[in-house]
Design a protein. Structure first.
Length: 179
């Protein structure tokens, strides 16, 4: 039986999203496809799958992304879907751990990749917000509304980006302690 769930996660809440997907799998719902705020599940044995997601973003070419996905599929992971730079994998639990980022340096590089992408979104939204508010001075009411929305989105993204910056800083500190 298929079940569709609509749920919103911000880009910086990828840990929360992954945890939720694994909770769904432990309840007997395996992820089969993803979209914007849309997750499709099918029935499975509770705890049969472990899910991981990773942000590949725009840093790699399409061919490099495909090679990476093929490499993970060779290890037994199933590519469930891709949405907006995020790639979703599931793997049957067979006693072994399924984790994509296992060391400090790879997790730090991963967070840096996400932070850079969010920083680009922040800059774009702040620019567009200021531009549209500037148009307001020319009596463009819609420009004012759109500009305010852009500035709000930019501010929200900046807050999320700062959370990831703090998380990365904590990982760097832990890396120095344990290495």
């Amino acid at each position: 039986m298929r079940k569709v769930v609509h749920k919103l996660f911000w880009m910086w809440e990828f840990d929360k999203e992954e945890k939720w997907l694994n909770e769904m799998a432990s309840k007997g719902l395996a992820l089969t496809s993803v979209g914007f705020c849309r997750y499709e599940f099918e029935d499975c044995v509770p705890g049969e799958y472990k899910l991981c997601l990773e942000f590949l973003g725009r840093g790699l070419s399409g061919a490099e992304n495909e090679k990476y996905i093929e490499f993970l599929e060779e290890t037994g992971a199933e590519h469930v879907g891709t949405f907006s730079g995020w790639v979703y994998f599931r793997k049957k639990t067979s006693g072994e751990s399924f984790q994509l980022l296992s060391d400090y340096s790879s997790r730090i590089q991963y967070l840096t990749r996400i932070i850079r992408f969010i920083a680009m979104l922040v800059g774009l939204n702040l620019y567009m917000g200021c531009y549209n508010l500037f148009l307001f001075f020319y009596h463009n009411l819609y420009g004012n509304l759109i500009g305010t929305i852009n500035l709000l989105i930019g501010a929200i993204c900046m807050i999320g980006m700062m959370r990831l910056v703090r998380k990365r800083k904590k990982l760097k500190t832990e890396q120095q302690i344990f290495e």
